[in-house]
Design a binder for this molecule. Structure first.
Ligand code: CP3
Length: 345
């Protein structure tokens, strides 16, 4: 139930316009915070960090102690899902995630979803711990990666140019569709478990929606996301779902209208007015400050923040960046930003 006493972020997700808009920051726990860098040393690897409820909970709380944020987000990663499916993930310092590329294998096999869920148990324990200590005015966000974004890492074994993953979508059509169906199922169970453990809403990070033709965007992004939303609802999950199809450009409207998401995350390249016009009437929008402004600071940041507040003022809006905060951003700039947004710039 969303009432007048609910966290502002949940009221916006319920379709209400709240002024000033609630704010959270994608990747708000992370390397731009010195206390995060210190905490990070306590785990052997990044995934050990994600699977250690005490440390992960501490990472979630760090930005909340410094800043007047309206949401906490689970500390984990979208790649725990392939890891749990038996496609071991490692993080190479300064380079990013590495997996064994599926495209180099003839026959693909994965552990089953039930087994995967058992491996993810520490993540749900983290959600419970966060929830038990959280200010009731602060919403707790759970998340997963979009099926195609996660599949891309599994196919290529790394980020970077997505050409090989896109080629596989053609030449291994059936295998890729089966992989997406598996990711839809595990992601639905993963989100359901997060909500059961205390997440108030969830976000689907579809970070790699760019560079797709219309038929591929429909097959790899819209259909799997719609299936994920449908499966979640069939599992009895009523929590709001924020979809963030980064880089979807001119195709953002079909994503907003055809997937069943509650709210639309807008990247920083997309004009607010375009997102508004493409999304169903009244759909809450989230975004879309350029993360580089949290590095630049000063008048650039102030003007950028004002521009975003103004551009989204005609609809229910959650203030956020248009992509994750970078390690080069400063905590001081984050404080300033929140002051400007909360001051009703
Ligand atoms: O937002 C939060 O505070 C919650 C935690 C969170 C992380 N990753 C922690 C993390 C979330 C929501 C993610 C999502 C994620 N992970 C995405 C989607 C969002 C996006 O950025 O597009 C993607 C594509 C990933 C995969 C991933 N994880 C990459 C490419 C990298 C390496 C890049 C880098 O910044 O080093 C990671 C590692 C990662 N995930 C870090 C953090 C804090 C940094 C690693 C470290 O601290 O050692």
């Amino acid at each position: 139930m969303v009432s007048g006493n609910s966290p502002a972020l949940l009221r916006v997700l319920n379709g209400e316009r709240v002024d000033p808009p609630p704010i959270w920051i994608m990747r708000q726990a992370g390397r731009y915070l010195p206390e995060y860098r210190e905490l990070r040393k306590r785990a052997k690897s990044f995934l050990d960090f994600c699977y250690s409820p005490a440390i992960a909970t501490e990472a979630v709380m760090q930005p909340l102690r410094r800043f007047d944020l309206d949401a906490a987000i689970l500390f984990s990663d979208i790649l725990v899902v392939p890891d749990a499916l038996g496609r071991t993930v490692s993080f190479v310092e300064g380079e990013g995630p590495r997996l064994k590329p599926l495209i180099e294998e003839e026959a693909w096999s994965f552990d089953d979803p039930v087994r995967a869920m058992q491996r993810l148990a520490p993540v749900y324990e983290t959600v419970e711990r966060i929830k038990s200590g959280l200010d009731p005015n602060i919403a707790l966000i759970g998340f997963c990666g979009g099926p195609w974004t996660v599949a891309t890492y599994m196919l290529q074994g790394e980020g970077g140019e997505k050409d090989r993953a896109r080629l596989a979508a053609y030449v291994r059509h059936g295998d890729v569709d089966a992989l997406l169906a598996l990711l839809v199922e595990v992601s639905a169970l993963h989100l359901q478990a997060q909500v059961k453990a205390g997440a108030d809403c969830v976000q689907i990070f579809e970070s790699w929606s760019q560079d797709l033709t219309k038929p591929l965007f429909d097959r790899l992004i819209v259909q799997p996301t719609a299936a994920l939303v449908k499966r979640l609802r069939a599992l009895g999950v009523t929590a709001p779902i924020i979809g963030f199809p980064r880089g979807s450009g001119a195709q953002i409207g079909r994503y907003a209208r055809e997937t069943g998401i509650t709210a639309l995350g807008v990247d920083y390249q997309t004009p607010a007015a375009f997102a508004r016009e493409q999304a169903p009437a009244g759909m809450p929008l989230q975004g879309n400050l350029d993360p580089q402004l949290l590095v630049a600071g000063g008048a650039f940041l102030e003007q950028g923040a004002k521009h975003v507040v103004e551009a989204f003022k005609d609809a229910p809006h959650i203030f956020n960046l248009g992509h994750g905060i970078t390690p080069q951003a400063t905590p001081e700039n984050v404080s300033e930003l929140i002051r400007w947004v909360k001051g009703g710039v």
